[in-house]
Design a protein around this ligand. Sequence first.
Ligand SMILES: CC(C)(COP(=O)(O)OP(=O)(O)OC[C@H]1O[C@@H](n2cnc3c(N)ncnc32)[C@H](O)[C@@H]1OP(=O)(O)O)[C@@H](O)C(=O)NCCC(=O)NCCS
Length: 183
Amino acid sequence: MIYRNATVDDISAIVKLQKKYHITTISEKDKPDGFVTTLFTEEQFKELIEKENGITIACHGKKIVAYVMAASWKYWAKWPLFQYMIDDLKDTEYKGITLSTENTYQYGPICIDMDYRGTEVLRKVFDFSRMQMSKKYPLLITFINHINHRSYAAHTKKLGLDVIKSFDFNNNTYYELGCYTSE
Ligand SMILES: CC(C)(COP(=O)(O)OP(=O)(O)OC[C@H]1O[C@@H](n2cnc3c(N)ncnc32)[C@H](O)[C@@H]1OP(=O)(O)O)[C@@H](O)C(=O)NCCC(=O)NCCS
């Protein structure tokens, strides 16, 4: 398995993986094993790659089998849910530290193709992304829908993220989670 930053040449494969597991297009069979919420256009993927170097992928041969997004809050601010999270950072503490757009970044979505779940891909693709972001930010912040039980288990039990709070947005309830980037 190769772990690397995505380039614009990878966008069409990432779009396909996004479609397979996005909440609006996922099959009923796959949904209980998790779904991604943020929907990116090809242009938004391009901006994420070119301005933030913010997509990590796992490749098995030529096949892209997983992706992880990570970026500054400036990049995420165009989505209403992230604007809500940004506004709330100043009222949120993690391990005694008040959160801000300077000391945190937003990680996610992460998506792993079904055949590669339950393997080391989760930890490896997560760490590849986290290590790069640790150069700029001490803390990682993310969110998970309360009904995404697999993602919650993966992030809390396997990756060691802590739940910071829960919040409601657009008729959904989400966990906000965080961790240090270099521990
Ligand atoms: C979330 C995701 C990245 C986790 O990676 P993964 O390789 O599946 O994670 P793992 O299988 O190693 O760990 C998940 C844990 O949840 C448990 N689990 C599996 N299926 C589950 C289910 N349907 N409901 C609840 N828990 C479940 C597993 O048992 C495992 O814990 P265990 O190994 O201690 O028993 C992956 O499932 C995925 O890409 N899902 C689709 C997209 C998604 O949900 N992204 C996250 C958005 S917040």
